[in-house]
Design a protein around this ligand. Structure first.
Ligand code: 5AD
Length: 392
């Protein structure tokens, strides 16, 4: 199984390379390899993650060639003659970014959290939740298996804000994974000091996923007691300056959020120069103070995806698990057909998945990893999408 397609380096300008995928040209940042024209690479999230020999690349490309063209044709057919808002967004997605769709794996390694966000099921005040922490070796093993056995090229390491993993532990985890596997590592570990993030960058992490949750400062302080929006935004800016590929966004449908807030949320995400929009519906968790509120309807969430796509044609927009949870049958599919072009597959070991209870009844938890991967790939193919890199 493979969730990315190799390409050929056709231009090099300092550390930015152009990579050809069957005639499509995408840019990627190269931090780790000595490359020359004609080399073959795998890129993910706009980063070169692996250099491979021509002997390895050609059979893979050969096996993709026919399918790649078929998928392109299917996507083109599905995205033409737009009438509705969603269809227009899908048309624009196809026009600007073609049928590429990133697939990232996510490993949720700890549900301990020092924060007390009103919406979140793993908030520290939720004392009935059984807590878990994966040992560093177990995290490394899960990540390396995800790359070597399951074929992932990009992984998100996510946890609550858990300082049990101090700088040394986190650096060791990142270093060991990078030593053993060719992968784009994205950290989703909450607000940690800039020094910590710098050490992790130096150890080889290249992505940071951190939502600002809402662009409304008053709502932010209500939802995240003892925290300030300005601090979060500052951290996101610093991470980007440091060289991290940043993924950020907000919750849709948080109690008290207005339509104007959502407009501002979209604008803030873009103005932060995010490399990937990550937003999803608020889903009430009974163990939180917001447990009696309701989740937004699927259409509300789809219209946010679609409007974002129309405003930012070249955006990478993640279709999140929360979206799938909102409508298990169609959430993922409709998200991809309304402007979305990226998804995540949960690779957290089965015994922990239920415990990473940020919101209830998360999609996919009942299935095993291989089943989840297969259904994601099946869905992508049915929509004419290819797991190729979206470029920078
Ligand atoms: N519903 C939906 N998303 C949630 N998150 C936390 N709690 C919820 C909830 N109840 C999201 C936050 C956080 C991400 C890891 O999970 O946006 O950034």
């Amino acid at each position: 199984m493979c969730y990315s397609i190799p390409g050929k380096v056709i231009a090099i300008k300092e550390n930015i390379v152009s990579v050809d995928y069957f005639g499509e040209d995408k840019k990627a940042k190269n931090d780790f390899f000595t490359l020359k024209l004609g080399d073959y690479v795998y890129a993910q999230g706009g980063f070169v993650v692996q250099k491979i020999s021509e002997r390895e690349a050609l059979p893979v490309l050969e096996s993709w060639k026919e399918l790649f063209v078929k998928l392109q044709e299917a996507d083109l057919k599905l995205s033409q003659n737009p009438k509705t808002l969603y269809q227009r967004a899908n048309y624009i997605r196809n026009k600007y970014l073609g049928n590429a769709c990133c697939i990232h794996g996510i490993i949720e390694f700890s549900n301990y959290c020092r924060s007390d966000c009103l919406y979140c099921g793993i908030r520290k005040s939720n004392t009935v939740l059984k807590r878990y922490r994966m040992e560093p070796e177990e995290i490394v093993k899960t990540a390396v298996d995800a790359v070597k056995t399951l074929g992932f090229k990009a992984l998100v390491l996510q946890s609550g804000e858990d300082t049990w993993y101090d700088d040394d532990k986190l650096v060791e985890i990142v270093k060991k994974i990078r030593e053993k596997a060719a992968v784009l590592l994205v950290l989703s570990i909450g607000e940690r000091g800039i020094k910590t993030y710098q050490k992790l960058y130096d150890a080889g992490a290249r992505g940071a996923l951190l939502r600002f949750e809402t662009s409304n400062p008053a709502l932010y302080e209500k939802m995240r007691p003892a925290h300030k929006l300005a601090e979060r935004v500052e951290l996101l800016k610093e991470l980007r300056e440091m060289g991290y590929l940043t993924m950020t966004g907000f919750l849709i449908g948080t109690p008290g959020q207005t339509d104007e807030d959502i407009q501002n949320d979209i604008k803030l995400t873009a103005s932060l120069g995010t490399d990937m929009f990550s937003f999803g519906p608020f889903i009430p968790h009974p163990g939180t103070p917001l447990g009696k509120n309701s989740a937004p309807g699927l259409d509300r969430v789809l219209s946010v995806i679609a409007n974002t796509r129309l405003s930012y044609p070249e955006a990478k927009i993640l279709v999140t698990t929360a979206m799938e949870t909102l409508d298990k049958e169609n959430g993922m599919k409709f998200g991809l057909l309304s402007g979305g072009n990226s998804l995540m597959v949960n690779l957290t070991p089965a015994q922990y998945q239920r415990l990473y209870d940020i919101y209830p009844d998360r999609a996919g938890v009942a299935e095993d990893v291989v089943q989840r991967i297969n259904s994601a790939i099946k869905l992508l193919y049915s929509l004419g999408r290819a797991p190729a890199d979206l470029g920078l």
